[in-house]
Each structure stands twice: as structure tokens, then as C-alpha cells.
Design a binder for this molecule. Structure first.
Ligand SMILES: Nc1ncnc2c1ncn2[C@@H]1O[C@H](COP(=O)(O)OP(=O)(O)OP(=O)(O)O)[C@@H](O)[C@H]1O
Ligand SMILES: [Mg+2]
Length: 367
């Protein structure tokens, strides 16, 4: 393996050391006209010993789609991604990439590239060498490596940095190199596991926009895990909401926002989170539980509900009012701009027309 045998820059873990394993198929075998591969999971289960981590996952991803997995910590997002990559084998179920059954197929033969939270670059190699390394190892001729690295570095605005070593780069630049290293392999499927979570807020926004552009330009299929609602809402063609190893709902971002299938999705998608109330107030609406999003509550002198402001967050562009309403509990209202209400004020709250979500006793959406 030569120089590449040295440790990557990031701390070692099974994820990171596996990056180098996800090499491309030899160039001759790659179908360059197929820009994005489809992905199909059928009844995929995974157990670690007696712990059943993934419970019958079914999922179809169309060629060129950008799919984002979200869900609470420990729900199985990374495990599912690692199964798609071939870094972990499912206990049962079928996995197809581009229509081809991938059960038992090693990572390097799946036509995928994976980008992790940690960049795992080789510290002694330049940006150019880091990006081209996998191709060199796969025996791709040097002129082709140079051409592919030049194309990727152009897309990622890394041209001026090709001669630098990782230590001479910012965190955001390193992450772009890690993404570039995936691009040069021309995979049919990109897998990202929280690739931006090491970056500060400004860099996250910049890199998020770059990933969106990249997806448009490459037309590749992308599967992306994140904890960040804004990343999920802005990048995804389709969001997969997971909970406890199972899929709760799959849909376009605004579909999930406007028509959550159940209480869990309603509470998970949207920030600040939806307000819920049950008891008599819900029963009057013909539901076991009702929900109203903070941005759909209007603060008025005399509203449908009356309460006392218990906390206010003045963010400049908007204000979060936390209002204690007898019989309902604490409701969050998001008001545009700065408002003068403060702790102890009595305010009325009225939901906007048609913006009440209703759920039955099993937690499923009604109507
Ligand atoms: N190698 C392993 N052995 C045993 N249990 C594991 C192993 N890998 C993961 N798990 C368990 O499987 C469950 C799912 O883990 P996973 O890493 O997929 O979650 P996640 O959704 O990616 O969480 P996070 O958002 O925190 O990254 C967790 O309960 C975890 O403890
Ligand atoms: Mg994870």
C-alpha cells in the first residue's frame, strides 16, 4: 500500500479506517452513462447479539434522488448506512443497488463512496494526492486521475489548495477534500454520515449549499444522515424518519411538515417542535390529541386560549413566547419580529385557520 499505509489524520475508528476500503470498481467496468444508482431495501433486519437494531426496513430510492435519514440518537441511521455500504452485513433481508442484489458483496464492489463526519485524510499527502489515492490504488492511469481530480476540485473550489497538506487547511476545506475524494471515484451512490457536524455554523451553511449544488451537477444518488433539521429540509428530495430501528414515514420535506402520519413525525419535523394538547380541548376537535405548530399560533389580546407568558426568547428576527395555558400546558408561539410581551404578561393565542393537526388514540393522524 506504500505511503497510504500510514494512519489517516483523524483518530482511528472502524468507520474511518473503512473509508479507504470503499474503492471504485475498475474504470473499465464502470458504466459512465449511469449517473445515479437506485437503491432498494426489502425487509432488512439487523441484530447485534440479542439486540434487534433494525426492524424490517423497506425503502426504495430512485436514481438521482437525495434521501436524508433522520431520527433520534440510537435509532439505527448509521447502522442502516453501513449496511448499504457493506461495512456491516444485515441479519436478514435484501439490498439491491442499481437492481443488483448486494447481499454479501464487499464494499469495494458496490459502486459506492462514503463520506464520514471525520475526514480521515492522510496528513503527509497533498490535497491532490489525497483525492487521487483511491484511483491510483485501483490502477487508474495518471492522466485520468489528474483529470478527475481537476474536475472534482473545480466543483469544490479546491483548485488553489491542491498542493497543500491537510494540516494547512481549515476544517471546512478538509471536509471538501473528503467529499472530493468520494467524487473522483464516480460512484453510483454517495453515502454521507453527518458529514458537516464537525463544522462551525457558518461553514455548515456554506458546505450544505455546496453539497446541494454538487447533487444538481452530478445527478448522483445520495443517502445522507443528519441531526440537523435545516439540512434535512433543504437537501432532501425525500426524508426518511426513523424511530427505534423502523421507518415511521417517508416523504418530501414539506409533505412531512404539512401531513405528518403520526404524533412522532409531527413532533420530530419542525423547529421549535409542535405543541400538543389532549383531554377536553382535543375531544372537542374530535381527536385524542391535537397539535399546533409554534409558527401557526397568533398572539392576540383575546384568543381561543388564554395564558401567561412564562419565558420569552428575543431572537431579533422572531420571538419565541412560552405561554402557560390552563388545561393545555406550556405552548410555544413563534412571533415574527420583536414583540414587547414579557414574562408574566397575559396573552391570548389563536391557531391559524386549518392549522390544527388531529391524532387518534393510537397516535395516528386523522383526516
Ligand atoms: N457494533 C455494535 N454492537 C452492538 N450494538 C450496536 C453496534 N453498533 C450499533 N449498535 C447499537 O445499535 C443501535 C443503533 O445505532 P446507530 O449507530 O445505527 O444509531 P444512530 O441512529 O446512527 O445514532 P446517532 O444519531 O447517535 O449516530 C444503538 O442502540 C447502538 O447502541
Ligand atoms: Mg449515527
Amino acid at each position: 500500500m506504500g505511503e497510504a499505509g500510514q494512519e489517516p489524520l483523524a483518530d482511528a475508528s472502524s468507520d474511518r479506517s473503512a473509508v479507504g476500503d470503499l474503492l471504485p470498481a475498475s474504470p473499465a467496468k464502470r458504466d459512465r452513462t449511469n449517473r445515479g444508482g437506485s437503491l432498494h431495501l426489502a425487509d432488512v433486519n439487523k441484530s447485534f447479539g440479542i439486540v434487534h437494531v433494525l426492524k424490517g426496513v423497506d425503502l426504495a430510492v430512485e436514481p438521482g434522488e437525495f434521501v436524508v435519514f433522520v431520527g433520534p440518537s440510537g435509532c439505527g441511521k448509521s447502522t442502516l448506512l453501513r449496511i448499504i455500504a457493506g461495512l456491516e452485513e444485515q441479519t436478514s433481508g435484501d439490498l439491491r443497488i442499481g437492481g443488483v442484489l448486494m447481499n454479501g458483496v464487499p464494499p469495494a464492489k458496490r459502486g459506492i463512496a462514503m463520506v464520514f463526519q471525520s475526514y480521515a485524510l492522510y496528513p503527509h499527502l497533498t490535497v491532490e494526492k489525497n483525492m487521487g489515492l483511491a484511483l491510483a490504488q485501483a490502477g487508474v492511469p495518471s492522466p485520468e486521475i489528474r483529470a478527475r481530480v481537476a474536475k472534482a476540485s473545480g466543483l469544490l473550489r479546491l483548485d488553489a489548495l491542491l498542493g497543500r497538506r491537510p494540516a494547512e487547511l481549515s476544517g471546512g476545506q478538509r471536509q471538501r477534500v473528503a467529499i472530493g475524494r468520494a467524487i473522483v471515484r464516480e460512484p453510483s451512490l454517495f453515502l454521507f454520515d453527518e458529514p458537516l457536524s464537525n463544522l462551525d455554523a457558518a461553514l455548515r451553511v456554506g458546505t450544505r449549499i455546496e453539497i446541494a449544488k454538487l447533487h444538481r451537477q452530478l445527478g448522483a444518488t445520495m443517502v445522507y444522515v443528519t441531526h440537523d433539521q435545516i439540512e434535512a429540509m433543504t437537501l432532501a428530495d425525500k426524508i426518511v424518519v426513523m424511530r427505534g430501528g423502523a421507518i415511521e414515514q417517508v416523504g418530501r420535506p414539506l409533505e412531512l411538515y404539512h401531513r405528518p402520519a403520526n404524533l412522532f413525525v409531527a413532533g420530530f419535523i419542525g423547529s421549535p417542535t409542535m405543541n400538543f394538547a389532549d383531554g377536553a380541548i382535543a375531544a372537542r376537535a374530535g381527536a385524542t390529541t391535537i397539535g399546533v405548530r409554534p409558527e401557526h399560533l397568533v398572539v392576540v389580546p383575546e384568543g381561543a386560549w388564554t395564558g401567561t407568558v412564562s419565558h420569552a426568547e428575543h431572537l431579533g428576527a422572531d420571538t419565541m413566547l412560552y405561554v402557560e395555558v390552563p388545561g393545555m400546558g406550556l405552548l410555544t408561539a413563534r412571533v415574527l419580529g420583536d414583540v414587547s410581551h414579557d414574562i408574566g404578561d397575559r396573552v391570548g393565542l389563536t391557531p391559524q385557520d386549518g392549522k390544527i393537526y388531529r391524532f387518534d388514540g393510537a397516535g395516528n393522524a386523522i383526516g
